[in-house]
Design a protein around this ligand. Structure first.
Ligand SMILES: Cc1ncc(COP(=O)(O)O)c(C=O)c1O
Length: 284
């Protein structure tokens, strides 16, 4: 596959990242994952707006002339990705002699984009996934999509070891989010999802869920979702760029099983693909 790396398009295997790169040394960088359907990036501007905000939050400045939107589109074209795909974007504070403080002014950031064919697991979309709750021991700025994903890696492995497909973080009884998903529940016909705070990533798919619910006339409420309320919910949903709207079929502990996908989830899923088709022009 062709990737973009610091100003040029080249075969991905030829990308050579410096061992002094601050992304490698300190996880000093941010990233995005964007889906494309029918060869067109979905909600690209929302993803890039989040990336720009995250860059601002970590005081990392990109050259004004760098057009990430154009680069993402060109990457799809150069790789002949005219169907369903995923685009990865990562920006780090560049390569410099190892020291915690910011590198000397003028150190260029490292900018990397790649793309690959990608479809959300159809079996999981149909039958749902099991989730495993884990204590949210991450830092206090989970609204920033940094490449420091070690807590997510460990949590996801704990979920796999427990027989689940996704780990969902909780602070005490309060659900924050999954390792790479937002979470929602359907309770008495209302879609409930935890409000955005610095403990949660402002999820693009969660915003899509609000659009879909409005369109369908399904009430939505932002309310702290607790593990105990989730266990009593009618339906559970995981939301994410790579997960789309995946039903939750159950929880490992407390042991709960849902009839997945429930009727509200099915309606939302259908509306999601109609929206994708409208925005990315094609048929599915
Ligand atoms: C921690 C976390 N929460 C939520 C999400 C879902 O966000 P989005 O819908 O923008 O993909 C992700 C996606 O990668 C994530 O990493």
């Amino acid at each position: 596959m062709i990737a973009y790396f610091n100003g040029e398009f080249l075969p991905k295997r030829e990308v050579a990242i410096s061992p002094d790169d601050r992304g490698w040394l300190f996880a000093d960088g941010v990233y995005e994952v964007i889906r494309a359907y029918h060869g067109r990036a979905f909600r690209l501007e929302q993803h890039l707006a989040r990336l720009r905000r995250n860059l601002g939050e970590i005081a990392l400045h990109l050259p004004a002339e760098l057009d990430l939107s154009a680069l993402a589109r060109e990457l799809l074209a150069r790789n002949g990705l005219d169907g369903d795909a995923a685009i990865y974007v990562q920006v780090t504070r560049g390569a410099a002699a190892r020291a915690h403080a910011f590198p000397p002014p003028g150190t260029p950031p490292t900018v990397y984009l790649s793309a690959r064919p990608f479809r959300t697991d159809p079996g999981q979309l149909r039958d749902g996934v099991l989730v495993h709750f884990v204590p949210d021991t991450r830092w206090a700025r989970c609204d920033i999509k940094t490449v420091n994903l070690l807590p997510n890696v460990l949590a996801q492995q704990a979920a796999r070891d427990a027989g689940a497909q996704e780990a969902v973080f909780a602070r005490g009884d309060r659900i924050t989010e999954g390792t790479h998903t937002s979470m929602a529940a359907v309770i008495d016909g209302t879609v409930v999802t935890s409000p955005e705070t610095e403990n949660i990533l402002p999820s693009v798919t969660r915003a899509v869920l609000f659009d879909l619910s409005r369109e369908l006339g399904i009430p939505v409420r932002e309310d702290v979702l607790t593990v105990s309320a989730f266990a009593r919910a009618d339906e559970g949903l995981l939301l994410g760029t790579t997960t789309e709207l995946t039903p939750v079929s159950g929880v490992i502990e407390p042991a709960v099983r849902f009839d997945a996908p429930g009727p509200v989830t099915r309606e939302l899923q259908r509306a999601f693909y109609r929206l994708v088709d409208r925005e990315c022009a094609g048929t599915r």
